[in-house]
Design a protein around this ligand. Structure first.
Ligand code: HEM
Length: 360
């Protein structure tokens, strides 16, 4: 029989910790370990904790170091996967039928509208949250070794998230979706040599049609989620292998146990975020326009908001620069950031300047 770690160890003398232990035990139904030895055994036995360090630097728990953004991205992705699976029960990936199936889902399926709203709002929140996470990693210099490879993995995750948003955009098969995808894939034509071929490959043919919708559906509901899950597992493991978040002067810092110190903070952030998503999903509906009409383009025809920048700069500079040279140069620059020579490769301190020297 599994040994009950609570019964065999002396209870913690710290009342605050005892409270957290009890709270966690009640919610998880798992006897949460109290002594260091039990804690180590508990962590070894639980696969999930192979992704986390047993102890973390106390500084890394300060909300203003990470703003909880990586954890929020992970929560949003979990929400996306769960709500997405539920949506698959009602969605029909064929032109015209797709729009009709969403109509039926939001009017007759139990909680259909709420689940669609949750999926929509968390998807739209995910893009800025991951972007801000990336910005905070950059501004705290957390891309320096030994975290350089995790920066690269993160960039691929960001690309996957944009891909997930873009492929999901077409699925309602309404006027907005149809024409937004027409405009954004049309921009690809400006890429020298490979542009038209790339557009054909993405659309699964020369024009948007049933094959495009099927291809976007498979990418959105199978290929991208699988790769995202694999990259995320790798990302978390790399954070763990690097000894947790980057903090300045780790040697001088106190180590505290991940359970409960980190877990309680993560749970609180996750619950606050879930409450926020739920609130906006109750009050604000995801849009659903008229069914797609290939013969009638709305005026103006707009790309999805996260590609709106490209569409805008197309009006001001040469299209080859807007859709090819600038994105390619920015992507390469981001990939190479960890490998430039630095005088002072400090990690874990905002802006690396004396003024930003808040941690510690
Ligand atoms: C699916 C999207 C992502 C998820 C779910 C995710 C999740 C996380 C989590 C939970 C952490 C630890 C806590 C934190 O820093 O808030 C973390 C750290 C990190 N992430 Fe991400 N991340 C994602 C995307 C990215 C991107 C786009 C980049 C950069 C290009 C990136 C680079 C890093 C690095 C270098 C660390 C270590 C930071 C440090 O040690 O201070 N991640 N990520």
């Amino acid at each position: 029989m599994e040994r009950n770690s609570l019964s065999q160890s002396a209870p913690s003398t710290n009342p605050e910790k005892r409270f957290y232990h009890r709270l966690l035990s009640i919610f998880s139904g798992i006897p949460i370990p109290v002594t260091d030895m039990d804690r180590r055994r508990f962590i070894r036995r639980n696969l999930i904790f192979h992704f986390r360090p047993q102890t973390v630097a106390q500084q890394s728990l300060r909300f203003t170091l990470s703003w909880g953004l990586g954890g929020m991205a992970a929560v949003l992705i979990a929400v996306q996967l769960t709500s997405g699976i539920l949506l698959k029960f009602a969605y029909d990936p064929a032109p015209i039928a797709a729009h009709a199936s969403i109509q039926v889902m939001i009017t007759t399926a139990p909680f259909g509208r709420l689940i669609r709203n949750i999926h929509f709002w968390s998807a739209n929140l995910l893009v800025p949250v991951v972007f801000l996470h990336m910005l905070r990693v950059f501004l705290t210099g957390a891309f320096h070794p030994p975290r350089q490879f995790n920066w690269i993995i993160g960039l691929f995750q960001f690309a996957l998230i944009l891909g997930a948003n873009f492929t999901g955009y077409l699925l309602p098969w309404d006027q907005l979706a149809y024409w937004a995808v027409t405009v954004s894939t049309g921009m690809l034509e400006y890429i020298p040599l490979i542009g038209p071929g790339l557009r054909n490959l993405i659309l699964a043919g020369p024009h948007i049609g049933p094959s495009t919708l099927r291809q976007f559906y498979v990418l959105h509901t199978a290929v991208i989620p699988v790769f995202l899950a694999l990259f995320m597992a790798f990302h978390f493991w790399r954070v763990r292998k690097a000894g947790g978040l980057a903090v300045a002067d780790r040697d001088k810092d106190k180590q505290v146990p991940s359970i409960p110190d980190l877990l309680v903070r993560e749970t609180a952030t996750a619950l606050a975020l879930l409450a926020f998503i739920l609130s906006i999903s109750v009050f604000f509906n995801a849009p659903l326009g008229d069914p797609a009409n290939p013969g009638l383009s709305p005026n103006p025809t707009k790309a999805p908001w996260y590609f709106a920048g490209f569409q805008e700069i197309l009006f001001h500079i040469h299209p080859v620069f807007a859709v090819f040279v600038i994105p390619l140069a920015s992507g390469l620059f981001l990939l190479l950031i960890p490998y430039f020579p630095y005088d002072d490769p400090v990690s874990g301190r905002w802006f690396i300047s004396p003024k930003g020297k808040k941690h510690p």
